[in-house]
Design a binder for this molecule. Structure first.
Ligand SMILES: [Mg+2]
Length: 365
């Protein structure tokens, strides 16, 4: 149960089309697969940084993983809790990098014990109804896409905001027209000040919107609280909540009752479950989401979704805009529902032929 070495595989995958949100436009998916070898087992994780949100890039993740990997070699992977705590202490702001290692360690522990990750947490293998996301596009394009999403079997659509009041309202209106029965949720990715957000939220309320993620800047907790009290649409903290301390402050401070958990913010599964516990204790509810991970990273998020009843909303479509599927095993989406298998550990790994085309960085003691 000793970790022999850590391998890093920086990768780049294309997007079917550019993905625009309020803070940036993404043209490719640039991440790092992390393999932790212990005996005849290999645990897999994925770091997929979104620099405008986490302040991390693929390159800073590689350096962080190289640094953290040295502390893992020679250690007992079964001590996943203390290992992750140690790594968080070493690089507290590199949450995407630490999160990748946390998932790889849980994969190893699950494989060693012969159980899927969600069972390590006492969870059940349930079906998770996910949304599909529409980025910032012209309203007519969004309306057509909404119809396509429903035709693909999805009952939930997430719409990105952050293109000005008029365009945002027109986009949500078009999506409602294109998908009259769908549940609609929106995400402003910090685009607005509180007063403008109030105008947008009150105008889109008539289209029936479940909630709005992160209408205001990350640190504007007072603005979030003001909208929680005054807006016609419920607000959800995303960029404002990285860890359990954030969740405690937001929930106990009356800033929101909804929190979006992402493994790349929470430094992995342990931190994610701490957030869920805090939110549940404050009578709130969680969503599990992601950035632009491959099916490997999204499978880890699905295990989290199966682990905790406080997680009621699922935004597990990160991989759907990629030009290729480089993962073997893992989740599948059927009729808008995410399903994971019952393989021990994560149950997903990069395809050997994809890894063969990448440069591997080996981390030894
Ligand atoms: Mg969000």
């Amino acid at each position: 149960m000793v970790i022999d070495r850590v391998r890093l595989y920086p990768y780049s995958i294309g997007r079917l089309s550019p993905f625009r949100i309020a803070t940036m436009t993404s043209y490719s998916v640039d991440g790092v697969f992390v393999a932790i070898d212990g005996g005849d087992l290999t645990g897999w994780g994925e770091a997929l940084p979104f620099h405008s949100i986490n302040g991390e890039t693929r390159e800073t993740c590689v350096e962080a993983l190289r640094f953290l990997g040295q502390f893992l070699v020679g250690r007992d992977f079964m001590a996943v809790g203390s290992l992750v705590a140690e790594l968080k202490g070493l690089l507290p702001t590199m949450t995407t990098a630490v999160g990748a290692i946390d998932v790889a360690l849980h994969d190893l522990v699950g494989q060693k014990l012969g159980v899927p990750i969600y069972q390590l947490f006492g969870g059940t293998n349930r079906e998770l109804p996910t949304d599909l996301t529409i980025g910032i596009v012209e309203p007519d394009v969004a309306g057509v896409r909404a119809g396509e999403i429903v035709a693909e079997g999805f009952g939930r659509i997430k719409v990105k905001l952050g293109d000005g009041v008029e365009n945002d309202v027109a986009r949500v209106s078009a999506v409602r027209e294109g998908a009259p029965e769908a549940l609609i949720r929106v995400d402003a990715n910090q685009a607005y000040d509180r007063e403008t957000a109030l105008v947008v939220l009150n105008e889109i309320a008539e289209f029936g919107v479940e909630f709005c993620e992160q209408p205001v800047r990350r640190k504007d907790w007072a603005g979030l609280k003001w909208l929680h009290e005054h807006a016609g649409v419920a607000v959800m903290a995303d960029e404002s909540c990285f860890d359990a301390e954030d969740a405690f402050g937001l929930i106990s401070g009356g800033c929101c009752s909804l929190v979006n958990i992402k493994l790349c913010k929470s430094s992995g599964l342990i931190g994610a479950r701490e957030i869920a516990a805090v939110v549940r204790s404050g009578h709130g509810r969680c969503m599990v989401g992601g950035m632009a991970e491959t099916r490997l990273g999204v499978t880890a998020s699905a295990h989290l979704g199966c682990s905790d009843s406080a997680i009621e909303y699922f935004d597990l479509d990160a991989h759907t805009g990629h030009t290729e599927d480089v993962i073997e095993g893992g989740l599948e989406i059927v009729g808008g529902t995410v399903r994971i298998g019952d393989e021990p550990g994560l149950g997903a790994r990069p395809k050997a032929e994809f890894l063969a085309g990448l440069s591997m960085i080996e981390v030894k003691k």
